[in-house]
Design a binder for this molecule. Structure first.
Ligand SMILES: NC(=O)c1ccc[n+]([C@@H]2O[C@H](COP(=O)([O-])OP(=O)(O)OC[C@H]3O[C@@H](n4cnc5c(N)ncnc54)[C@H](O)[C@@H]3O)[C@@H](O)[C@H]2O)c1
Length: 277
């Protein structure tokens, strides 16, 4: 899709591109096509796989390692980004999530609390840390745009999403609370995109992910939104066309969040009874 250089002259920071399945990876590719310049950041362990260097080469970008739970690391990302890009940034993407309880198969009524804290630290508080650091360093230009990725489990209970649901609820709340201050003081907008289930490394870790993907596809009148679709939407939110959109959780899910039952889902549900008979 042609993006008409919608982000020409814009500078940014993209956190969370792990491999070419990552939502952040697709957003980086689209942002580059749309004329943006940006740096890429990920946790040192994630960089070991080395794939992000290919993305950096392709997008004339620079990789800055950072554990997004570490304030010192985040400060380094902002200072090195401003140096590399030659000034303040216009957009920041937070595309970071991880739950050790999900990874280890601990169910929600038998959580490991150290892991739970880690889930909140990595998947939600890191967003506050990025915002607070950017605010203190005055690293984002007026009318800049900060975006994080969320999921409908923040509002509705979905089997298997576990403590990530709580992390997403907190993430969305941080977008509102900081969005007020950042908007009032610096005219910077802060939003979350609530994205369809997407087959990425993080997504595929959720219990029963294949069935969830099929279910939401059948329930959504427009079908699941892919990572590429999410990239397209994100570009609009980084662009000047959405300057008054802030403190929102924006559903990008083919209509899933407004559905109760669809014909396609009901047809499949009926079939399951027929098999049993
Ligand atoms: N895949 C889905 O179904 C789906 C749906 C809705 C929202 N999301 C959200 O989208 C975002 C991106 O996930 P994805 O699906 O592209 O998967 P992904 O696995 O490609 O990306 C997750 C990223 O988080 C990074 N990360 C983990 N711990 C970190 C730390 N301490 N410091 C810095 N980075 C760290 C990983 O290295 C990885 O790059 C996450 O917030 C996820 O919850 C995903």
């Amino acid at each position: 899709m042609i993006h008409n250089q919608l982000l020409k002259g814009k500078k940014g920071i993209i956190f969370g591109a792990l491999n070419d399945k990552s939502i952040a990876w697709k957003i980086a590719e689209r942002a580059f096509e749309a004329g943006a310049e940006f740096t890429l950041s990920n946790a040192p362990v994630a960089l070991r796989f080395g794939e992000i260097n290919d993305l950096a080469d392709k997008c004339s970008s620079k990789v800055i390692p950072a554990d997004a739970t570490n304030m010192g690391d985040i400060e380094t990302v902002f200072s090195e980004s401003m140096e590399f890009l030659g000034g303040k940034v216009d957009f920041v993407l937070h595309s970071i999530g991880m739950s050790l309880n999900v990874r280890k198969g601990n169910v929600y009524n038998d959580l490991n609390y150290n892991y739970f804290q880690k889930t909140l630290e990595v998947s939600a508080l890191s967003f506050h840390k990025i915002l607070q650091t950017a605010f203190k360093m005055d690293a984002i230009n007026e009318w800049g745009s900060v975006l994080a990725l969320s999921y409908v489990a923040a509002q509705r209970t979905l089997y298997g999403y576990n403590d990530m649901a709580d992390a997403k609820a907190l993430l969305e709340s941080i977008a509102r609370s900081f969005g007020y201050i950042y908007g009032r003081e610096r005219k910077v907008r802060v939003n979350t995109i609530s994205q369809s289930p997407t087959p990425t490394t993080a997504g595929s870790g959720v219990k029963g992910f294949g069935s969830l993907l099929d279910f939401t596809e059948r329930m959504s009148p427009l079908g699941n939104a892919t990572a590429d679709d999410c990239a397209d939407y994100s570009i609009t939110l980084f662009s000047d066309l959405t300057r008054k959109v802030t403190m929102q959780n924006l559903f990008h899910d083919g209509g899933f969040s407004s559905m109760g039952m669809s014909l396609r889902a009901m047809t499949q549900y009926d079939k399951s009874f027929k098999v049993k008979e």
